[in-house]
Design a protein around this ligand. Structure first.
Ligand SMILES: Nc1ncnc2c1ncn2[C@@H]1O[C@H](COP(=O)(O)OP(=O)(O)O)[C@@H](O)[C@H]1O
Ligand SMILES: [Mg+2]
Length: 255
């Protein structure tokens, strides 16, 4: 097998990257796929959300060559779901790596050994377009963009599209945008529905049909170290991430 390599990308913070990484990954694992999540943000929210810890090796150790990727993979309490935890040390990498030859390609070089061991590998990025995100963009096949259903998100999206065009011209000609997923949708907010509709008609092939609702359960689950399908499988958020997982499988394997 050769893993599908997907990056969660949006230079804005608080848009649902980590929540989508955990719960999409966990839904795919529940469907029987072998899934690896890589926490590539110094905040390490992903690590805690699947009951992981950085006591062994971390993604920082992997990218700096202090540990082999295989040694950094840890099991989670959830079947088929594995983690390379994050580290606060990632915050210093911009400074540490700048100017080093090939600095955008370290992650790709180090993770390649894992390709044959998983069906899906997700890298959860920090909210910036610095060296960490560039490393993830050089590694990935597919970009998944979580976005809030707000008009100001559109400006960010234009910038993101320009970045992706640059990445294609430079470090990764084959990368594609798998899709845009709207998060934190609120039925009571008319504007939310307008944004989803407008974007859907402007970029019809890119926007996933599944929209992730705003629900307290999705915000609570990480504090228990549980993905939503384990914390509350009957919740609307859990069902939405399962539906998204099915759409992702269809796009990746059938289209
Ligand atoms: N669908 C949702 N419903 C309610 N809260 C959400 C939802 N998605 C994310 N959140 C909460 O919003 C905050 C930001 O989400 P997060 O996934 O951490 O964003 P990012 O990784 O892009 O910074 C977190 O506190 C998270 O629990
Ligand atoms: Mg995050």
């Amino acid at each position: 097998m050769s893993a599908q390599k997907i990056i969660l990308l949006n230079q804005k913070g608080g848009v649902g990257k980590t929540t989508t990484c955990v719960n999409l990954g966990s839904s795919l694992a529940a469907m029987g796929y072998k899934v690896l999540l890589v926490d590539f943000d110094s905040q390490c929210n992903l690590t805690g959300a699947v009951s992981g810890n950085g006591r062994k090796a971390t993604s920082y150790d992997v990218i700096t060559g202090k540990a082999e990727a295989e040694a950094a993979v840890q099991e989670t309490p959830f079947q088929n779901l594995y983690l390379i935890p994050g580290s606060i040390d990632l915050a210093g990498l911009n400074v540490e790596l700048v100017g080093e030859e090939g600095m955008n390609f370290f992650l790709r070089e180090r993770l390649v050994v894992l390709d044959s061991q998983f069906d899906f590998i997700f890298v959860d990025c920090p909210p910036s377009l610095g060296v960490l995100t560039m490393n993830a963009l050089a590694w990935a096949q597919d970009i998944l963009i979580p976005m809030q259903c707000e008009y100001f998100s559109m400006e960010g999206l234009n910038m993101l599209m320009r970045t992706v065009a640059d990445v294609r011209k430079t470090i990764n000609p084959d990368i594609r945008i798998l899709g845009i997923v709207f998060t934190m949708f609120s039925k009571r907010n008319r504007l939310n529905a307008d944004v989803v509709q407008d974007t859907g008609s402007y970029l019809p092939e890119l926007v996933f049909k599944t929209v992730i609702p705003r629900t307290v359960r999705l915000a609570e689950a990480p504090s228990f170290g549980l993905p939503i399908n384990v914390y509350d499988a009957s919740n609307v958020g859990s069902k939405a991430y399962m539906a998204l997982a099915k759409e992702v499988v269809k796009r990746v394997f059938e289209d």
